[in-house]
Design a protein around this ligand. Structure first.
Ligand SMILES: [Ca+2]
Ligand SMILES: [Ca+2]
Ligand SMILES: [Ca+2]
Length: 226
């Protein structure tokens, strides 16, 4: 009997509650929703705006003189115009900017005879950058963008003679060992030794070296590790 009562109570209770709930819903007042516009986004930084800073090599340039080269202090004047001559005329840590490529790492060669000197840069991967076709640009990003043939130029190969050559990395050069050679490819009416200046620039800081090279001679001038 108790079970019957309990069952009846279970059946009846939801009905009673349901009716209460239905009446309760009917009395709930209508809520007027208010749509509020979200606040405008706040710009915290300037990521992606403007020109990114140029890459900077982490490390110190400490070239080691391999042969008989001497350190060389080039004269310059901050008020002087930069001209194409393989020298940093205006003391801004870039050689011949506006005429040749500059960057995080730059090698500039200049000389004063009629000889045809050649700049050779060996990068850490063993790639030799020089004037030859297929060797002017290394897979690591180094590039020889100026070759000069001294007085050996011909009508078929009329290269203006400013006695300067240039190799540069616009981006970050690879870490490792670098070696720089200068070759006197042909004296071109200069039978004796030719004096040259090799300038190395890293992060706009230049170091220069002076040496001589005989016609037909190839001399390693400096090497260093980055
Ligand atoms: Ca300069
Ligand atoms: Ca110059
Ligand atoms: Ca040359």
């Amino acid at each position: 009997m108790k079970k019957s009562v309990s069952i009846l109570a279970l059946v009846a209770l939801p009905a009673l509650l349901g009716s209460c709930l239905i009446r309760g819903y009917a009395t709930v007042p209508t809520v007027q929703a208010q749509v509020v516009a979200p606040p405008p986004p706040v710009v915290v930084g300037t990521v992606g705006v403007g020109t990114p800073p140029p890459p900077t090599i982490v490390g110190t340039l400490n070239p080691v003189v391999v042969g008989t080269a001497q350190t060389y202090t080039a004269s310059c004047n901050p008020n002087a115009p930069e001209v194409l001559n393989g020298i940093d005329d205006n003391c801004n840590g870039m050689v011949d900017e506006g005429f040749v490529g500059t960057g995080t790492l730059q090698f500039a060669l200049s000389w004063s005879s009629t000889a045809d000197l050649d700049l050779h840069v060996f990068d850490p991967n063993g790639f030799e950058i020089d004037y030859e076709d297929g060797k002017r640009m290394s897979p690591s990003g180094g590039q020889l963008d100026r070759d000069d043939r001294g007085a050996c130029y011909t009508e078929e190969d009329p290269i203006i003679t400013d006695n300067s050559e240039n190799v540069f990395w616009a981006g970050n050069p690879p870490a490792g060992h670098y070696a720089v050679h200068v070759q006197n490819y042909d004296g071109c009416n200069s039978p004796g030794a030719t004096t040259f200046v090799l300038t190395v620039i890293m992060n706009n800081e230049a170091q220069a070296f002076q040496a001589t090279v005989q016609p037909g001679e190839d001399t390693e001038v400096i090497s260093f590790d980055l």
